[in-house]
Write a new protein. Structure first.
Length: 165
């Protein structure tokens, strides 16, 4: 079992609700790839938002420096699952009642404008883009906005179609 250091305040953006029908409930942008340093603050923030204690966190295998099986946070033991089938940019938090919260995980090395755009998209109540596609979609939207700012006539109708096809 791994003891967590004092929790860092997470860079976290919540969606408007924790509805089971939401594609994502928000986004998290860790400062590093060290789960022992990054997860405690996130777990406490999820506890606070959900109104109950997280019992398990599921993450993808790639993108992390270590893969501890458990982590002690606020006096309780949290199970950590590391799965090859879990997208590397998706975190699933669950409780004993099997309710899940799904968060986009923005890689720590992502530049600020792209990270903020991806987090905003993931937290948007109207979002239909799954976690594996969020960064690409946010980058495309940022490029379109930049192009429109430079020359509004350069944007074709094809480029401004809604994302939810």
């Amino acid at each position: 079992m791994t003891r967590a250091p004092a929790p860092l305040a997470p860079r976290l953006r919540w969606g408007p609700s924790l509805s089971r029908s939401a594609v994502l409930h928000g986004a998290w942008w860790p400062r590093s790839t060290d789960p022992i340093e990054e997860l405690p603050g996130l777990i406490l923030a999820i506890d606070d938002r959900r109104g109950g204690p997280v019992t398990c966190i599921m993450l993808g295998l790639s993108g992390w420096d270590a893969r501890p099986p458990r982590l002690r946070v606020a006096g309780r033991l949290i199970r950590l699952g590391w799965f090859t089938t879990q997208p590397s940019n998706l975190l699933t938090a669950s409780w004993d009642n099997r309710y899940n919260i799904e968060l986009l995980v923005v890689p720590s090395a992502t530049n600020v404008p792209l990270a903020e755009a991806a987090m905003a998209l993931a937290a948007d109540a109207a979002n239909t883009v799954p976690a594996p596609d969020i960064l690409t979609t946010a980058a495309g939207q940022a490029a379109q906005a930049e192009m429109a700012a430079e020359d509004p006539s350069a944007i074709s109708q094809e480029m401004i179609r809604p994302l939810s096809r």
